[in-house]
Every structure is written in structure tokens, then in C-alpha cells.
Ligand binder design. Structure first.
Ligand SMILES: [Zn+2]
Length: 194
């Protein structure tokens, strides 16, 4: 692809679960739509909580999105995009590391790229590719939720299995399993390591 202008850039919206990332993404997409800008939204095909072809926040608003395979489907973004100036990726923590290169190429091509996803695993470790995207982005916004235990600002994803903290050796990505999540602060966040 050839750059059509130098005005492309990358925006990252990150933070823990329940911090309002997708609400913020939807807000930005609406602003672009009101300005008459064409928007393309991609979501990892693993996440069908809100139906295959939409992104949604917990408050029920949604936006049409194109589901793509998070490991092998990213090249399809280039054929799926037409003239859109605004390209968004939701749940970006489910995508492979190739997302970094794809976002860089889209920005170099003059697009505004908006990426939303959590930056920490349930263990509280950096959750690629978000940390890499944060490093190369022009704009980064990190949101906090409210700790479900103590009410202080929360940056961490507490994974629970049958109401108990998950084990540290559990896989990082679990989709459709019986686990649940809470937002918690550093102090209240925990996992089993026995
Ligand atoms: Zn707390």
C-alpha cells in the first residue's frame, strides 16, 4: 500500500475489564460517523458475546463489525478495507502480535487506527499485543474500573472459577469457559499458585 497522506495515526484505549473501553470506542466511532467519515470495525472471531458481527458494551449499545480470525485473519483487513479513513479493532488482546504490524501499515497509509483492549492478563502481567501497541501509538488512554472488593480504582482483571481465584498456571485466553471476571485493584487482585 502507498501512503496517500502523512496524517495517519494510532490511538489505544486500554485498561481493565469493566473500565468502559468499548463505550469509549463507540463514542469515538459515533463522532467520526457524525462527521461523515467512513468507519470499518474488526473484532476477533473468538468473541461472540454480542453476536458475530457487532461490537457492544455492557450498556447494550453496539456497532456493526467484521469478525476475523485473531491468529490468521489479519491480512484480510487490507482487502476488507475500502476507502475508510477510520479503522477500529475491539478486544485487541485476543489478536496475535501481527496486529502491531497491521496497525502500523494502516497508519502509514493515512488511516486513523483505533485499538481497544485490556493491557493485563488475569495474572496482572503485560498482555500482548497491547503493550507493543501502546509503545508505537500517538495517543493512549488508560481507564480504570472500580474495585469490586474495596471500591478503589481498579486496573486488574480478577479471574474467578466457581467464585474462587483462578490458578496462576491457567491459560491466558479462555473463551466460553465457566470463568467470570471482576475488576480489582492491585491490593485485592489475587490468584492461586499452590
Ligand atoms: Zn480493592
Amino acid at each position: 500500500m502507498h501512503a496517500i497522506t502523512n496524517s495517519g495515526w494510532i490511538e489505544v484505549i486500554t485498561g481493565s475489564m469493566f473500565s468502559g473501553k468499548t463505550e469509549e470506542l463507540l463514542r469515538r466511532l459515533r463522532r467520526a460517523e457524525i462527521a461523515g467519515q467512513e468507519v470499518a470495525v474488526f473484532t476477533p472471531a473468538v468473541d461472540d458475546r454480542y453476536g458475530e458481527a457487532t461490537i457492544g458494551s455492557h450498556d447494550g449499545r453496539s456497532w456493526d463489525a467484521t469478525p476475523i480470525d485473531p491468529e490468521t485473519g489479519l491480512e484480510a483487513v487490507f482487502s476488507a478495507c475500502n476507502g475508510e479513513k477510520v479503522i477500529a479493532f475491539d478486544e485487541a488482546n485476543f489478536f496475535s502480535h501481527s496486529l502491531v504490524d497491521v496497525c502500523e501499515r494502516l497508519a502509514a497509509d493515512g488511516r486513523r487506527v483505533i485499538v481497544s483492549g485490556t493491557d493485563q492478563t488475569f495474572r496482572g502481567e503485560p498482555f500482548e499485543p497491547l503493550p507493543q501497541l501502546i509503545a508505537v501509538a500517538e495517543y493512549v488512554e488508560k481507564f480504570r474500573a472500580i474495585c469490586a472488593v474495596c471500591g478503589e480504582p481498579a486496573t486488574r482483571n480478577q479471574r474467578l472459577v466457581d467464585g474462587e481465584p483462578a490458578h496462576v498456571d491457567d491459560p491466558t485466553i479462555l473463551v466460553g469457559a465457566a470463568e467470570s471476571y471482576e475488576a480489582r485493584c492491585r491490593h485485592c487482585h489475587t490468584f492461586r499458585d499452590d
